[in-house]
Design a protein around this ligand. Structure first.
Ligand code: NAD
Length: 266
């Protein structure tokens, strides 16, 4: 692709964000916030979920009630054939939109297996790797022909890759691998004008942390004290950073890992 072609794509993207944005794990938490924000920005949002169709429908309805466009589709990222099954389910739900290039792909879905290394069961470790690392790789791989030139890939990592948390070593490995994907993929897709970046949320108030954070004032105080910005993050704090990377304004940022922890343990 020539420089002129790339500039044409960038000019087009500056005028509109009316492409399709696919967000994995978007039925709740950070993913739901990302879907809502990208919907408000004008993308047609493909809301991926695993099994909670009611929650996914709720996200879709909120986007459409706000004047946006969205649809949902299901795929279990723990399945070995993730890439193929994910996009087959997407195609079935997208209908006539299935041939429209995907402008933004956000790999957000993930799980955390808590417990020190001594207590981590092999099957839990492998499942976590599959969902957090293998699935995004296979989803991106299968997406390459349908990603729009000038598009965006955003991977949701974790602040745990910068600040050690011994209770989640396996999880940290999965996110480290996701970050390692970012740099060479950005190089690989650069000639198509596609940017590839990662966002590192810190502890964010979602269901992922419900059991130890919500209603636990001591834990909350500890987390707050470790942040320069003095509060626990919410899903919207992360969604806005993802939206920034998805935007035309971020067209010159690629191969980067953006810390979005509110200044954790600076
Ligand atoms: P969450 O548990 O609320 O959401 C996780 C999402 O991933 C859910 O929608 C869930 O359905 C989906 N998911 C899990 N397993 C799946 C599977 N097998 N197949 C398909 N989808 C599956 O948690 P969240 O806090 O919203 O997490 C979103 C992302 O942010 C995750 O990648 C997480 O690792 C990352 N993150 C979260 C925090 C935090 O403190 N909440 C901190 C750093 C990074």
């Amino acid at each position: 692709m020539s420089d002129t072609d790339l500039r044409d794509i960038e000019a087009l993207n500056a005028r509109t964000s009316d492409g399709i944005a696919v967000v994995t794990g978007a039925s709740r938490g950070i993913g739901a916030a990302i879907a809502g924000r990208l919907g408000a920005d004008g993308y047609t949002v493909a809301v991926h979920y695993r099994q909670d169709s009611t929650a996914a429908t709720d996200v879709v309805e909120k986007i459409t009630a706000a004047g946006g466009t969205a649809f949902s589709f299901a795929a279990d990222l723990a399945e070995p054939d993730t890439g193929t099954a994910f996009w087959a389910s997407y195609d079935a739900a997208a209908g006539a939109l299935r041939d429209v290039p995907v402008r933004v792909l956000v790999n957000n879905a993930g799980i955390v297996v808590n417990g020190v290394i001594e207590e981590t069961a092999a099957e839990d470790f492998i499942r976590q790797q599959q969902i957090n690392t293998t699935a995004p790789f296979l989803i991106i791989k299968a997406a390459l022909p349908r990603l729009a030139d000038g598009g965006r890939v955003v991977n949701v990592s974790s602040g745990a890759t910068r600040v050690p948390i011994p209770g989640i070593i396996g999880y940290t490995m999965t996110k480290g691998a996701l970050e390692a994907l970012t740099l060479p993929l950005a190089q690989h897709l650069g000639p198509r004008g596609i940017t590839v970046n990662a966002v590192r949320p810190g502890t964010t108030d979602t269901d992922m942390n419900a059991d130890w954070l919500r209603g636990n004032s001591e834990a909350m105080a500890t987390i707050v004290a470790q942040r320069a910005l003095g509060r626990v993050g919410g899903p919207a704090d992360i969604a806005d950073v993802v939206a920034l990377l998805a935007s035309h304004d971020a067209r010159w940022i690629t191969g980067q890992i953006i810390d979005a922890t509110g200044g954790e343990r600076l």
